[in-house]
Write a protein that binds this ligand. Structure first.
Ligand SMILES: *[C@@H]1O[C@H](CO)[C@@H](O)[C@H](O)[C@H]1NC(C)=O
Ligand SMILES: *[C@@H]1O[C@H](CO)[C@@H](O)[C@H](O)[C@H]1NC(C)=O
Ligand SMILES: *[C@@H]1O[C@H](CO)[C@@H](O)[C@H](O)[C@H]1NC(C)=O
Ligand SMILES: *[C@@H]1O[C@H](CO)[C@@H](O)[C@H](O)[C@H]1NC(C)=O
Ligand SMILES: *[C@@H]1O[C@H](CO)[C@@H](O)[C@H](O)[C@H]1NC(C)=O
Ligand SMILES: *[C@@H]1O[C@H](CO)[C@@H](O)[C@H](O)[C@H]1NC(C)=O
Ligand SMILES: *[C@@H]1O[C@H](CO)[C@@H](O)[C@H](O)[C@H]1NC(C)=O
Ligand SMILES: *[C@@H]1O[C@H](CO)[C@@H](O)[C@H](O)[C@H]1NC(C)=O
Length: 829
């Protein structure tokens, strides 16, 4: 038996690995086009108020209010601007005695003995219904939204609200009934319950458990299927959760978690004798996304598009393979789910202790169904009228055998090493009059990925770092009315605009973004939905590159000047905003740069010219190339000076008129000598001035200094530029440049002045080892030659002495999503 299991396991691993490698194609692993760092966040509004865990959100768009349930408090915020100071608060905390009781139950007084608000729902016109864990002894209450005060009386929250603040839970109030699902008490079995209304119901637990003991609920959704129904159908509540697999009991699969969708009917009132006060309409099915192995549902979102038949469920899953984590996103259509619930059942075979497909006769009317016209015509007006054989069947057949497959039988998106904790979806009509679904995906490290589904593929418009310190996104709510996304997390609530059009400053940027909210109106990128002249606006969702051809109002970038000694290295920075763009360099106008050349290396941050020769002088322009469009980013005038003895050079401004360097043929040697003498003369003059001005600073010569400019980009400068005035220096190097002068640094590590060398840089994340493996080699070579001097530009921060490699890897990290141009590999050989 054990042998068999091992054998199965190996086969299964192989299948799964094969599956992963097949499915995780580059195509599906979309790179976010733009990375917005926390410091670049604009238009964000914050709310927090000295409490923690802002995880429960209830948006009432029509009233313009966002209710927030946190730890020990409930807030009422103005949804048009949650940072407005006019918010209202209800403090609902536990007292010392209750904390003590909680602690005596063996609970952790640091995490579990508080009142975490877990349910926040509208009850009637005047009241909200709120439940809190209340130090492991849940309570609920009705809150009058007008007065917004904690009431004097409370209801017992057991069987409505979990005791545990983090356990999976979902709750909805529908037509006066409270529908909740959780593992309520400590060690209690999971249950789907209805409360408050007269017909309280639960799930059956004998002889079979309808839910496995570890069921972890994720979310629930009401679908009003009684509207526009031809068969007199009932409203249904769908539950999304994870549980241990039950239908496949081969040994190694026992611990496999599967995602489930279950549903109950709203008008269910239980059976009369059999299934008394139990659901008669409970059915569940497996929700499959992409992996035959464990797949954990993290979040699901019900996209309501007006008519219930077109409802789409979006779901984010996570699976783990060794240390590797994958997130996948799938979407499901309601008719597909309905079809599965109408298909064959599974049955538990006592003899083999296995669940297998049930092939026997199914009693009529169909067990687990809602009461429809067909039922009524046969005299079954309510679930209490149902015949015994039907209810007996329901009891033993909670699971259907078909699996719910995603639309198109494929996943939409898969991301390696990212865990999506939350998903919300907005459907937007773009300028091409087509509808696009925009996904907002929250990660466990405080990012929001904004993505759009275009022809069944996902394009990630941007990734936004919304929290300063990594923390999980716990809730996402969309308000179309306020054009806002509300993000709930441990440290607070954040409000972001849905569209974010004003971050695109050029027509190209606006079009390439493929952001369905945004169009170019000739001068700015803005929301077309609220724009009066939307007819004239430009957008290209399908291709993302058309409409800007005649756009000439982009100002050419300011030309920067770089002067470098022959034999030195110089980095011409070119920061591409888009992670999907490739840099294209042109020399002296239109000659594309020959990157096969041993002297040139094109990276994502710029162009590195190594061991510069005189003929490398010229005008270098960097273009960003994306989807066939080219836009200039920056350009440089580079002058290479002949190498001179000693440290002479100081001014990078072109005050030294460099004679056109001649080819180093013997016939023109004379000219070269004359040139050298001229330059020497000029430089001697400068040197003498410099020497006077720096004589007091002589000791600083030869220090290794790290540069760290504003944008986290690295600024590497020559030591000689130390001597200049700070402000002047900013002007000349404001863009951050690297000039490397050999021989200036001590050949042995400067042990006295510098702290011990830093530990080797951390291994590069797997995402960008591809294609750049050659760069570190090159850097090692440069270190070996004891090149360079890095200087701390930021006076405020203490001087940090980092290795060149580390600094460069920081540059790379910023652009970690892109890969270096392939040619790099060859040139380093
Ligand atoms: C509440 O927040 C604190 C700190 O932010 C965190 O340690 C804790 O796990 C959170 N609790 C829940 C239930 O989310
Ligand atoms: C929210 O703020 C807006 C703008 O300040 C204001 O017009 C509106 O009345 C406020 N809404 C509520 C419910 O207070
Ligand atoms: C929590 O419990 C520990 C020991 O059980 C105790 O030392 C500590 O003071 C308690 N903390 C609070 C906030 O009650
Ligand atoms: C709403 O429910 C509360 C609590 O049961 C009750 O006191 C209140 O009168 C109800 N309001 C309306 C308008 O029915
Ligand atoms: C069901 O309802 C119909 C009409 O409302 C009624 O005539 C019939 O007797 C009811 N049947 C049962 C079993 O209650
Ligand atoms: C660009 O100019 C050409 C000719 O000048 C014109 O036909 C075309 O419509 C213009 N395109 C846009 C997008 O303005
Ligand atoms: C650019 O043009 C200048 C002057 O015409 C020439 O000296 C230089 O070598 C050219 N640079 C390159 C890289 O071709
Ligand atoms: C760059 O060099 C060209 C000639 O090579 C010159 O005409 C131009 O003025 C220079 N630009 C700057 C900003 O120095």
């Amino acid at each position: 038996m054990k042998k068999h299991a091992a054998c199965y396991f190996v086969v299964f691993c192989a299948i799964t690995i094969g599956y992963l490698s097949k499915r995780s194609t580059a195509d599906l692993d979309a790179t976010p086009r733009i990375t917005v760092t926390y410091n670049e966040l604009s238009d964000a509004k914050w709310f927090n108020d000295n409490v923690k865990n802002y995880s429960t959100l209830l948006l009432e768009d029509e009233n313009g209010i966002l209710y927030v349930g946190a730890r020990g408090a409930i807030f009422s915020l103005n949804s048009s601007d949650i940072s407005q100071r006019s918010w209202r608060t209800i403090h609902w905390e536990v007292n010392a005695k209750e904390t003590k009781t909680c602690q005596d139950k063996g609970r952790n007084n640091q995490t579990e003995c508080f009142n975490h608000i877990r349910l926040l729902q509208r009850f009637n016109k005047t009241h909200l219904y709120v439940c809190g864990t209340h130090a492991f002894s849940p309570l609920c209450c009705y809150i009058n939204v007008k007065t917004f005060l904690l009431p004097a009386t409370f209801e017992d929250g057991k069987e409505k609200c979990p005791y545990d603040p983090v356990i999976g839970y979902t709750g909805l109030i529908i037509d006066g009934g409270l529908y909740t699902a959780s593992r309520y008490a400590f060690h209690s079995a999971p249950d789907i319950r209805r409360n408050i209304v007269p017909h309280a119901l639960k799930a059956e637990a004998s002889p079979l458990h309808w839910l496995m003991g570890d069921a972890e609920f994720v979310t629930s959704a009401l679908i009003r299927e009684s509207l526009t129904t031809a068969i007199g159908d009932d409203d249904k509540i769908y539950y999304f959760f994870n549980e241990n697999i039950m239908e496949d009991t081969s040994e190694f699969l026992e611990k496999t978690k599967v995602a489930r969708v279950a549903r109950v009917c709203k008008s269910d009132i239980g059976g009369k004798k059999i299934l008394q006060r139990k659901w008669t309409s409970f059915l569940k099915a497996r929700l499959f996304c992409s992996s035959p192995y464990s797949e954990i549902l993290k979040s699901a979102y019900t996209l309501d598009v007006g008519n219930w038949e077109a409802t789409i469920f979006y779901a984010a899953f996570m699976y783990q393979w060794g240390n590797m984590k994958f997130s996948v996103v799938c979407r499901y259509s309601l008719p597909d789910i309905q079809k599965v619930f109408e298909g064959p059942y599974m049955e538990y075979q006592d003899s083999s202790r296995k669940w297998t497909k049930y092939n026997g006769e199914v009693p009529k009317p169909r067990p687990g169904s809602c009461i429809t016209n067909e039922f009524r015509n046969s005299g079954y007006n309510s679930s209490q009228d149902l015949p015994n054989n039907v209810l007996d069947f329901v009891k033993l057949h909670p699971l259907v055998s078909e699996v719910v497959k995603p639309i198109g039988d494929q996943q939409l998106l898969s991301k390696k090493n990212i865990v999506y904790t939350r998903i919300a979806v907005d459907r937007v009509t773009a300028l091409d009059e087509q509808q696009y679904d925009v996904l907002f995906l929250g990660t466990d490290t405080g990012y929001i990925h904004k993505a759009v589904v275009i022809n069944n593929k996902v394009h990630i418009i941007e990734e936004i770092n919304v929290f300063k310190t990594p923390e999980a996104v716990e809730n996402l709510v969309i308000s179309k009315k306020q054009n806002s996304l509300y993000i709930g997390a441990q440290s607070g609530v954040l409000q972001l605009p849905l569209s974010g059009c004003n971050q695109y400053t050029s027509c190209y940027d606006c079009i390439l973004a493929r952001n369905p909210y945004c169009g170019w109106d000739g001068s700015t990128c803005r929301e077309h939905l609220t724009s009066p002249n939307w007819v004239q606006m430009t957008q290209d969702m399908q291709n993302g590159n058309r409409g800007c051809l005649n756009d000439t109002d982009e100002a050419p970038p300011i030309k920067k000047v770089r002067t470098v000694l022959k034999g030195d290295d110089v980095l011409l920075q070119c920061d591409l905003r888009s992670n999907l763009a490739r840099p294209q360099w042109f020399v002296n106008g239109s000659d594309p740069l020959d990157s096969d050349d041993a002297h040139h290396r094109v990276g994502n941050d710029g162009l590195l010219i190594t061991n510069a020769l005189l003929e490398h002088s010229g005008e270098y322009s960097c273009y960003s190339e994306e989807r066939g469009l080219q836009a200039i980013v920056t350009s440089y005038n580079v002058s290479v000076l002949l190498e001179l003895k000693g440290k002479i050079y100081s001014e990078p401004t072109p005050f030294v008129q460099l004679p056109t360097p001649a080819p180093q043929g013997s016939s023109q040697l004379e000219f070269v000598y004359i040139s050298i003498i001229t330059i020497l003369g000029g430089l001697c003059l400068v040197l003498s001035i410099v020497l006077v001005s720096v004589s007091c600073q002589q000791k600083r010569k030869g220090k290794y200094i790290t540069a760290n400019s504003r944008m986290n980009a690295v600024e590497l400068q020559t030591v000689s530029s130390n001597f200049k005035d700070k402000s002047e220096e900013r002007n000349n190097y404001s863009d951050g440049c690297l000039q490397i002068i050999p021989g200036e640094a001590p050949t042995s590590p400067p042990s006295k002045l510098n702290p011990p060398p830093p530990p080797p840089p951390p291994p590069l994340p797997s995402e960008f080892t591809n294609g750049i493996s050659t760069l570190p080699n090159m850097l090692r070579k440069m270190n070996g030659n004891s090149y360079m001097l890095l200087r701390q530009n930021d006076e405020a921060s203490s001087p940090l002495y980092n290795s060149f490699t580390e600094e460069l890897s920081k540059i790379l990290e910023k652009r970690k999503h892109t890969q270096l141009v392939e040619k790099l590999d060859e040139s380093s050989v």
